[in-house]
Design a protein around this ligand. Sequence first.
Ligand code: PLP
Length: 339
Amino acid sequence: MLMDLRSDTVTKPTKEMLDFMISTPVGDDVFGEDPTINKLEALSASLFGMEKAIFCPSGTMTNQIAIKVHTQPGDEVICDELSHVYQYEGGGISFNAGASVRLLQGDRGRLNSKLVRESINNPDDVHKAVSRLVVLENTGNRGGGSCYEWNDIVEIGTVCKEKKLGFHLDGARLFNALIAKNEDALSYGTAFDSISICLSKGLGAPVGSVLLGNAEFIKKARRIRKVFGGGMRQAGILAAGGIYALQNNIERLRIDHDHAKAIEGMLKAKSFIKGILEVETNIVIAEVAPDFDLSNFIQKMSSQGILFLSLSPNRFRMVTHLDITSAMINKLEYSLKQF
Ligand SMILES: *Cc1c(COP(=O)(O)O)cnc(C)c1O
């Protein structure tokens, strides 16, 4: 019984999801003729009350397309220093959009309106890059699955409107936040200009992300997706996994959150754990004591079929998802006894 806590991207499609995927009608999506992709895009847009949506192979691509559409080369993108768009997208902001980045030090990956306001350049100062876009991430990956307070989002959105900046949400794990905070997708649709959601994280689809925005924005995004090489053909097979995920796997994220809380409790009882970021969703980030051998710990646990990643020499991460069962959580508790 392998317990893979490395990421919520490791989930495998269930038999029900696969059956649904192979029985779906398909067509050439670059011609706009894949009925299943069209259905996924319409379903996603209506969930958030946004005009249009576009299906893409990855969350990196949806974020990068959004940044490219919102900015011109030389513009500045404002985001938290921990954000995925900066940390984990291969320098794509400069590579794909030719934009520069203003990194802010938020709280576990979360910005606030004061930080954002102070970081916006004077548009009349020719020395400065033009501040054009604010990117938030909810939940915050490197923040340990941290959730925004709704008021903070609204206040940052107000600053963006006032200063005429675009407002993009990297919502790779937005559904975890919606469940944890008891929020609704429609409010998010009104707050942001564009939203990226991942189907292949906690929702359990094998592949895919969706970018949402108004009709004009998604029209531009469709062109950029083609330029990035993301125009797929009979990819309705993949989109069907996303439809299945949106229809069946949102509410059950609570289970993942409960499992993560249980892991937090087990780790807190261990003397070698120096600290844990408060668990809000499905990500547990813990710090070990300075004299504790983290790589030995990870190796021993892995030899017992329990996999997780180190984030630094003294920090590790465990992520729960729909392939983690309560039997596995018990096994983890048992295996932790030797440490
Ligand atoms: C996983 C993730 C993405 C997208 O990653 P892909 O692997 O390209 O799908 C984007 N943002 C965050 C916060 C993520 O965790």
